[in-house]
Design a binder for this molecule. Structure first.
Ligand SMILES: [Zn+2]
Ligand SMILES: [Zn+2]
Length: 345
C-alpha cells in the first residue's frame, strides 16, 4: 500500500510503498478514505525539537481519519466489513488506573497513532476494536475524519461550565474555530476570538464568534476589556494558540475569579507572573489533553446530530494524497485551516 512515511530523522515526508498491516485477533483493518492534517503532523514534517525527541522513524504518520472496515479480527464483535468508522488515536494500555477510570488519554503507556505507532496517512490502518468509532448516518465523512481535533475542541469547552458565561478563544485554527461553534451551541452568553490572521478572524465570525480581535492592532486589548460584561474580563478563556504571547494575554483577558483552559502547546517553557496572573486574581487553570474516552466522542456525535452543528467552514482545502507536499506548504505558511487529504480518489 502507499503511505506517507517519516522515513528518516530529517525534515520532510515520503510517499512509500509499505506492507498492508496484518490485523491481530482484536484489531480492525480499515481502508482509509479521508484524513485530516493536524498541527502535530506539521511539527513531524518540519522535524522540530518536539518531533526529534518523540518520534522513532520509520513510521507511517497521521491520526485524523475516516475509513471503511475492510476486515475484522476473529475476536472483534462490534464491527463488520463495510462499516464507516473513525477512531480514537490514543491507544491506552487498557489495564491501568487511568484506563480503568475513564482517563485513558493520560495513561502512562499511551501510544498515539502516527506518533508512537503507525498512523492513518495510508491506504490501510490497523487499530484495536476498542478505539474504533462507528460513524452515525447524518455525519459527513469529512467531519468524521476530523473527530480527533473536534474532540479536542469539545473537551476544552466542556472542561468548565460555559452556559450563560462570556467566553474568549485565543487562536482560531481548526480547534479554536470549532470551539467557537461548540461554546455558542452550549449556551455561552458571548464568544469572542483573538487571532492575528485576518482570514481566520473572518472564519471565526462564520463559526459563531460575536467579535474577533487582531492582537497586532493598536488598542485591541483595551477595546476587548471594555466590551466584556463588567469591563473586567471574560468568565472563561480557552487558550488554543500555544503561543507565549497568547498564554500571557489569556491571563490578562480572564476576569478575577474566572477560568482558563490551556490546550495549545508552547514549544518552549513559558514564564508567568503567578502572583498577579493567577493567585491574587483567584483564577482556576486547567490543562486539557486529548479527549475523554469516550465521553467526548459521544458529546461530539450529539452536538453534530442534535444541535445540527455546521463545522464545514473549517475545511478550507481538499486534496488528493499525492499533493501532500503542497498541503504541508499551505499549512506551514498559515494559508489553510484544515486540509483533508483524500485517499479514496
Ligand atoms: Zn490532530
Ligand atoms: Zn493505561
Amino acid at each position: 500500500m502507499l503511505a506517507l512515511v517519516k522515513r528518516e530523522r530529517a525534515p520532510g515526508m515520503w510517499l512509500d510503498d509499505v506492507p498492508v498491516p496484518a490485523p491481530g485477533r482484536s484489531d480492525v483493518l480499515i481502508r482509509v478514505l479521508k484524513t485530516g492534517i493536524c498541527g502535530t503532523d506539521v511539527h513531524i514534517f518540519s522535524w522540530d525539537e518536539w518531533a526529534q525527541g518523540r518520534l522513532k522513524p520509520p513510521l507511517v504518520v497521521g491520526h485524523e481519519f475516516v475509513g471503511r472496515v475492510e476486515e475484522a479480527g476473529e475476536a472483534v464483535s462490534g464491527f463488520q466489513p463495510g462499516d464507516i468508522v473513525s477512531g480514537e488515536g490514543h491507544i491506552g494500555c487498557g489495564h491501568c488506573y487511568y484506563c480503568r477510570t475513564g482517563q485513558g488519554h493520560i495513561c502512562r503507556k499511551v501510544e498515539i497513532i502516527g506518533v508512537d505507532r503507525d498512523g492513518c496517512f495510508a491506504q490501510y490502518l490497523r487499530m484495536p476494536e476498542s478505539n474504533v468509532w462507528k460513524v452515525r448516518p447524518g455525519i459527513p465523512h469529512e467531519i468524521a475524519a476530523i473527530f480527533d481535533p473536534l474532540g479536542n475542541a469539545m473537551h476544552t469547552v466542556m472542561a468548565q461550565p460555559v452556559a450563560g458565561r462570556s467566553v474568549a478563544v485565543v487562536g482560531a485554527g481548526a480547534i479554536g474555530l470549532m470551539a467557537c461553534r461548540i461554546a455558542e451551541a452550549a449556551g455561552a452568553l458571548s464568544v469572542v476570538v483573538v487571532e492575528p490572521q485576518a482570514h481566520k478572524r473572518a472564519l471565526a465570525l462564520r463559526m459563531g464568534a460575536h467579535a474577533a480581535y487582531d492582537p497586532a492592532a493598536d488598542g485591541w486589548f483595551e477595546k476587548f476589556i471594555a466590551d466584556t460584561p463588567d469591563g473586567v474580563g471574560v468568565d472563561v478563556v480557552l487558550e488554543i494558540s500555544g503561543a507565549q504571547q497568547g498564554i500571557h494575554k489569556a491571563f490578562d483577558m480572564v476576569r478575577p475569579g474566572g477560568e482558563v483552559a490551556l490546550l495549545g502547546i508552547p514549544s518552549r517553557p513559558v514564564t508567568l507572573d503567578l502572583s498577579n496572573s493567577i493567585i491574587f486574581k483567584s483564577v482556576t487553570v486547567r490543562g486539557v489533553n486529548g479527549r475523554l474516552m469516550y465521553e467526548t466522542w459521544y458529546q461530539c456525535e450529539r452536538f453534530l446530530l442534535e444541535h445540527k452543528l455546521d463545522l464545514s467552514p473549517v475545511v478550507t482545502h481538499r486534496m488528493p494524497y499525492g499533493e501532500y507536499q503542497e498541503a504541508f506548504r499551505l499549512l506551514r505558511n498559515g494559508d489553510a485551516v484544515k486540509i483533508i487529504l483524500e485517499w479514496d480518489a
